[in-house]
Each structure stands twice: as C-alpha cells, then as structure tokens.
Design a protein around this ligand. Sequence first.
Ligand SMILES: [Zn+2]
Length: 257
Amino acid sequence: MTSAPWREFGDELDRWRDAGRIADFWWRDDDAAHPTASLARLASLSGRCGVPLALAAIPADAEEAIFSDLPETVEVLQHGVDHCNRAPEGARACEFPSGAHVDSALARLAGGRARLQLLAGARLLPVLVPPWNRFAPELIGMLPSLGICGFSSFSARPAAELVLGVRQVNTHVDLIAWRRGRVFVGEAKALAEAVEHLRARRENRVDPGEPTGWLTHHALHDEPLWSFLDRLFRFTASHGTVRWLRAVDVFHVVAGA
Ligand SMILES: [Zn+2]
C-alpha cells in the first residue's frame, strides 16, 4: 500500500504531467574524499539506477582512488578546498567567510580546483559547492576569473545567474536531520520538501526553471536513507514525467574545463 507522503508526491508529479511539463530533478552528494564502503555504494546505486550523481569532492582531502571505477553517471564538483571552518567565533560555520583576505581565498580556490582537475580529469565540472552552503558575497564576482562558472548552495535560488557568468543551481531537499542526530529525516519530511519546491515552481512562487535538487551525504547514510533512495529512484523511473539531469546540463557547463 502506498503511504500518504508517496501519494502526495505522486499527485504533485501527476499535476506536472497534466500540465505537459517535465519535473526535472538533480542529485548532489557532498563530502567525498576517501574511498569508503558508503561512497562505493552511492556510486553503484547511481550506476545501477541510471540516475546521474553530482559528487562534491573536497580537494585537499580527496584521494585519487575515489575517482577510479566510477560509473559513467557520476560527475564531480568542487566542494570548497579543505572544508575547515574559518568563520569568526560565534558565527555559523563557513570555509570562506566575509571579511577574510580575498587574494589568499582565491589562491586556495584555484589550488583546490587544480588538484581536482589532476585527480578527477574530465569528470570535474567548473562548479563550486561551498561547504555549509555559505560563501563570502565579495568573492562571488571573482569566480569566473578562476574558470568557475557554476555555483550550488541550498534553497530556491533568487536568480539563475548569481553574477555574470556564474549559473546558480541549488539543492532543496536535504535528507539528513542535522539537529536530530544526523540520521535520515524520514520519507514524510523528504517528500514534503520535494512537493513544496515542485509546487512553488509550478505556481511561479520560485524560479520554475531551477531543477529540484536532492542533497545527500553518503558518509552519514543509515539503512532507512539507502532504502528511501532506492525507492525514490524506482518511483521516479516509473513516472514518465520525471527526468534526472546530469550536472553538465544543470549548470550548462563543459566537462573537464
Ligand atoms: Zn560539506
């Protein structure tokens, strides 16, 4: 029997279908660095289900082994540089806080990008995912000078172009309950967040052109979360109106650039 959250999710997808629209989704997973069993499980899930995965890797910590034997469905994004908190005391965690030295921040970002290019090769896209989804506004305009032309944080974007030459596509459904023991948020909350973003897009309350982004953190996945992903991918595969996009299409960028 289908439970209410899945029914409501299906109903919302039906409304997209009835309106002749494709519900486009994308999947971002953060904090890739080490070759662990959960990372291998994540990559294999993506390959087996044919669902594109944008893997946000931490340049300073990333081991070469995580990029070998990845299924063709996996692309790589840059997740900050070392994922260390540099926010002033009392402020929310941030690797690139406002007011820090601009030149050294840019040099670190460029160094991180160069390292990932070396390790991930053509899988790397010129897209920055700032740790904790926060980034100093004064640095954003300088991203194109580093060759970065995509940016991803959390919640509905205010505009498709963050600054000239940088396309923003965020995630909207966070599957981890950060303040409740870092476990799966539960399918009711996950699906309600997805329905909320889809509905807001359909009603033009947010940018309807921003694909709905699902955010995971493979290192924290418990069995209920793995099962949920499995069911989500089967459910969306059987609903003709859903399309999972590759990051290269989400950000309109060129791989390996
Ligand atoms: Zn992170």
